[in-house]
Design a binder for this molecule. Structure first.
Ligand SMILES: C[S@@+](CC[C@H](N)C(=O)[O-])C[C@H]1O[C@@H](n2cnc3c(N)ncnc32)[C@H](O)[C@@H]1O
Length: 237
């Protein structure tokens, strides 16, 4: 039978098919570990460290989405969390596993798309550093629902994503709207979110605990911090 749209999954598949598959971008991206990519360094986000040091979050079960080579998952494990971390890139997951095994850390890293996950009130913390802003707008619906379902009552969601107006750093060059994405058939390196848009997307599910720009960290710091990302912490309603 010809391709037919009968349900939402069919609609998602049709819209996905207009774009390159994520792993086709990310596998080559991670293949050269020497590239000067700020998040290739094994340092956690400064905001994540700050949530812990201020007691805003406590050790428990954590899920990291789009974990890349594992820098935040490793930090969470080191700070007493039991961590499940997922990424669509096998190359990134291999690197993350290598890093963790060198440190003899037992972290569950798995190559899997976030759209295949079906957690059920299992996690105290879900963390996303740079995954949501690379997800196609229509997939966001399912993504946020999955995070909500995966969190225990009162659990926390930490999110960092591109802020608008920083095209020169190579991220969200054109400040595309969700509609634009489907007109130009690209996210041009990732979508930038205004504060209003972040609050609009998340506030049905979560109460905002903190939303601020990431603090820029010195090259010699043990923490990762760049000035073009929002950081935020949310609590499940
Ligand atoms: C900007 S990178 C950030 C990596 C990591 N969080 C960090 O900050 O070091 C975004 C990551 O999201 C992953 N990703 C994109 N789409 C995904 C999907 N559908 N499922 C799982 N991971 C995905 C990419 O492979 C990539 O590693």
């Amino acid at each position: 039978m010809e391709k037919t749209i009968k349900n939402v999954e069919d609609l998602y598949a049709m819209l996905d098919s207009q774009f390159r598959a994520s792993e086709q971008f990310w596998d080559p991206f991670y293949s050269d570990r020497e590239r000067p990519v700020p998040f290739f360094h094994n340092k956690p986000d400064e905001n994540l460290q700050s949530y812990l040091s201020r007691g805003l979050i406590q050790p428990g079960r954590a899920m990291e989405l789009g974990c890349g080579p594992g820098r935040n998952a490793i930090f969470l494990h080191r700070n007493g969390f039991k961590v499940d971390a997922f990424d669509i890139s096998q190359v990134a997951i291999d690197w993350a596993k290598e890093r963790a095994s060198e440190l003899t850390y037992n972290i569950h890293f798995q190559c899997q798309s976030v759209f295949e996950l079906k957690p059920n009130e299992e996690y105290d913390l879900v963390y996303d550093s740079g995954c949501l802003h690379g997800i196609l707008p229509h997939r966001r619906i399912q993504y946020l629902k999955m995070i909500y379902s995966g969190l225990k009552p009162g659990g926390y969601f930490g999110l960092t994503c591109f802020a608008p107006g920083f095209g020169d750093v190579g991220g969200p060059e054109f400040n595309l709207s969700d509609w634009d994405v489907y007109e130009v058939n690209s996210m041009k390196g990732g979508l930038a979110f205004t504060e209003e848009k972040i609050r609009y997307l998340l506030s049905d599910y979560f109460e905002c605990i903190e939303l601020r720009m990431m603090n820029e960290m010195d090259k010699d710091s043990d923490l990762f911090g760049v000035p073009f990302l929002w950081t935020s912490l949310w609590r499940k309603k």
